[in-house]
Design a protein around this ligand. Structure first.
Ligand code: PLP
Length: 469
């Protein structure tokens, strides 16, 4: 079977089937196990002649859809997972309809939409106009761009254009306390080395940088170039680094400051002034990572990379080629990012910002934090579970009650509970580790999570405790 233009005569049928599948998927979301823990898929040989739309559709409906997770639903609390709001979902459908390529300007308005989106995001998060950037596939890609810019900056201090000449002669020291795994991955991919980080002590009972120790390490460093990686909400404790103090040190030592604010930047939208102020100083960073498919609740894949030094991004990603030239005064996106050809993934973000506005978005950010606090209090008050750390933002850290149990036995008990909770199907949670303890993480970042979900979660935890005791 090969496609033919006449297939578009079936457009109405495709749209009807699409609407039906979408309606069914949304309607079943609450009954669907939140996570599919043991999916199975028969290995088929590649089809030679093609099975045609109806056969492929039947296979999709019989074997794939029933085994998908309800990760877009309100009780998928593993990792840091957003859902997708109705308007973001709608805009994302249209991305395929329009199928634009946002490499460079010259054939449509789409790149301009991405620039407006970046500007709106900066405005919403109170970041100065000196920041610019690009929509990425997620926080990992943004952290990678951060590593590339920092590497380019370090090279310039030593007369090396790293993008052109390579990183093998580069001398640089990288300082971090609790970098996200994706940051470590990015350092490896950027040729700086996954194991190259000088670990700065954390503050007591915290994952945040001990600024005094950082100051000492910077002072003692013999390397001609320095990079500091900070966090605006670490993935386990959701700790915020003191960016005012750290940016001062960065300035003093001519170091690049990259801040992974994948979900923590959203704290700028909270009603609680104390929590809002935790983000203070981020405007002094050289580069920032932000994720839209987390708390902004747009569909995967959507992240943002922001920097005050677009020239470093351009130097890292641009390759002159006559057929890629553009007349637009702003640099082409293909010269600012990983991909040359790029999806119109700005559209769901643009649509979200326009349709819901800062206040609409802030409403679900506040709701996540309030519900997480409530969940933490209920767990703290229960006999069967213990809170491992006070809930500081949208993440609840707990384990089954382990009084007097040896660490390895407590860890095993925690792993068993997590497995049983995820097999139950009402919740999907992920593991974590804090001070040598296995812990269970619940991260609330879905716009749809409400009081009923908290009640279901508490009931689920009680049922599991009964089942395992
Ligand atoms: C702080 C932080 N940085 C980076 C990432 C990686 O994000 P992504 O999976 O979107 O690449 C995460 C994901 O949880 C995160 O929490």
């Amino acid at each position: 079977m090969s496609p033919s233009k006449a297939d578009w005569q079936n457009l109405d049928e495709y749209l009807n089937v699409f609407a039906q599948i979408t309606r069914n998927f949304m309607a079943d979301l609450d009954e669907r196990p939140v996570g599919q823990i043991t999916p199975q898929l028969a290995k088929l040989p590649v089809s030679l002649q093609g099975e045609g739309f109806h056969q492929a559709l039947a296979y999709l409906c019989d074997h794939i859809i029933p085994q998908l997770s309800a990760s877009r639903g309100p009780r998928y609390w593993g990792f840091v997972t957003g859902g997708a709001t109705p308007v973001a979902t709608f805009a994302d459908w249209l991305v395929s309809t329009f199928d634009q390529n946002l490499s460079f300007d010259g054939d449509s308005v789409a790149c301009e939409v991405e620039r407006h989106t970046i500007r709106w995001l900066c405005e919403m998060f109170d970041l100065p106009e000196t920041f610019n950037g690009i929509i990425t596939t997620g926080a990992t890609a943004s952290n990678f761009l951060g590593a590339l810019c920092a590497r380019q900056f370090a090279g310039e201090q030593q007369g090396i254009d790293v993008a052109k000449q390579g990183a093998y002669q580069l001398e640089v020291e990288i300082f971090a306390t609790t970098p996200h795994a994706s940051m470590i991955k990015s350092l490896g991919m950027a040729g700086l080395g996954q194991q190259s980080v000088t670990r700065v002590n954390a503050k007591p009972d915290s994952e945040a940088i001990d600024v005094q120790h950082l100051a000492e390490l910077l002072e003692a460093s013999q390397k001609p170039a320095k990079i500091i990686i900070a966090s605006t909400a670490t993935v386990t404790l959701t700790d915020f680094d003191d960016l005012q103090a750290i940016s001062q040190l960065a300035q003093q030592h001519n170091a690049w400051l990259h801040v992974d604010a994948a979900f923590g930047l959203f704290a700028r939208l909270l009603d609680d002034e104390k929590k809002r102020n935790l983000v203070d100083g981020i405007e002094l960073a050289d580069s920032i990572t932000l994720d839209s498919h987390k708390w902004l609740n747009v569909p995967y894949e959507s992240g943002v990379f922001l920097t005050r030094h677009l020239d470093k991004l351009f130097a890292s990603c641009n390759v002159p080629a006559p057929y890629l030239a553009s007349n637009h005064e702003a640099p082409s996106f293909l010269a600012l990012g990983i991909e040359n050809s790029r999806r119109f993934r700005a559209l769901p973000v643009w649509f979200t910002l326009l349709a819901y506005g800062k206040q609409g978005i802030a409403s679900w950010i506040n709701q996540s934090v309030n519900l997480a606090q409530q969940l933490a209090q209920k767990i703290d008050a229960s006999a069967e579970y213990e809170l491992v750390h006070p809930c500081q933002l949208n993440v609840v850290l707990f384990r089954p009650a382990c009084d007097n149990l040896q660490l390895d036995i407590a860890n095993q008990k925690t792993a068993e509970y997590l497995k049983a909770i995820n097999l139950d199907g009402r919740l999907f949670l992920s593991p974590g580790r804090w001070q040598g303890k296995n812990i269970i993480r619940m991260a609330l970042s879905n716009w749809e999570t409400d009081q009923l979900d908290i009640d279901i979660a508490i009931q689920c935890l009680q049922d599991i405790a009964k089942q395992l005791n």
